[in-house]
Ligand binder design. Structure first.
Ligand code: GRF
Length: 203
């Protein structure tokens, strides 16, 4: 991606949207180099959509139950994203797997609450706890056709504490995650990058 003055972000969410909020807050500074042009979700009634509305950012919702099948879900999601001509799509707690044709149309980043390739999938925090690791963390990566398998852009470690339950650990991970996501998106949009095999090269 070649950096341009203010990059257009479309952010997809499925829940509380605290990562989205961190991006919205960062984008309030013109020097950050990006603005959130739309927020999409796979469900109604979530705080993530409220956060967008409070920030005067347009929203769209494409729900799988409203579609005839996954193909239609992917088509409608892609059309909704493409309407905003993003430079970068950010999956920030978005809990649906999108078809390759969707994630390959625009550069697409995901934030994942574990140190990939450990603990991919929807239960990363619980899986790390159950395994008994003493360090887990956050991965920001480009999305490819697999599940949590794309090239890693940035990772940060979080210590697991004795007595942690899933909620406590996830809260500490999310605090690190928000900062890493903001920092990583900012670097990508301001400085550009290239992907060489599995390596994401930042200048
Ligand atoms: C994040 O930890 C994300 O990595 C995971 O779900 C959480 C979403 O948090 N998949 P929020 O909606 O941004 O608050």
């Amino acid at each position: 991606m070649v950096a341009r003055v203010t990059a257009r972000l479309v952010v997809l969410v499925s829940g509380a949207g605290t990562n989205l909020q961190a991006l919205l807050d960062a984008c309030a500074d013109p020097a950050y180099g990006a603005r959130v042009v739309a927020v999409g979700a796979d469900r109604d009634g979530i705080e993530g959509l409220e956060r967008a509305t409070r920030a005067d950012v347009p929203t769209f919702v494409v729900r799988l139950p409203d579609c005839a099948d996954r193909d239609e879900f992917n088509d409608r999601t892609l059309d909704a994203i493409a309407a905003y001509e993003p430079d970068l799509v950010v999956l920030a707690g978005y809990m649906k797997i999108l078809a390759p044709r969707v994630v390959e149309r625009f550069p697409t980043l995901n934030t994942h609450p574990a140190l990939l390739p450990s603990f991919p999938g929807a239960h990363a925090v619980a899986d790390a706890l159950a395994y008994g690791v003493t360090v887990t963390g956050v991965t920001v990566h480009f999305v490819d056709a697999g599940v949590d398998t794309g090239p890693v852009v940035a990772q940060r470690a979080v210590e697991v504490r004795l007595g942690d339950d899933e909620a406590a650990l996830h809260e500490r991970i999310k605090a690190v995650e928000r900062a890493l996501l903001v920092e990583t998106v900012g670097r990508l949009v301001r400085d550009g990058y290239r992907i060489e095999g599995r390596k994401v090269v930042l200048p």
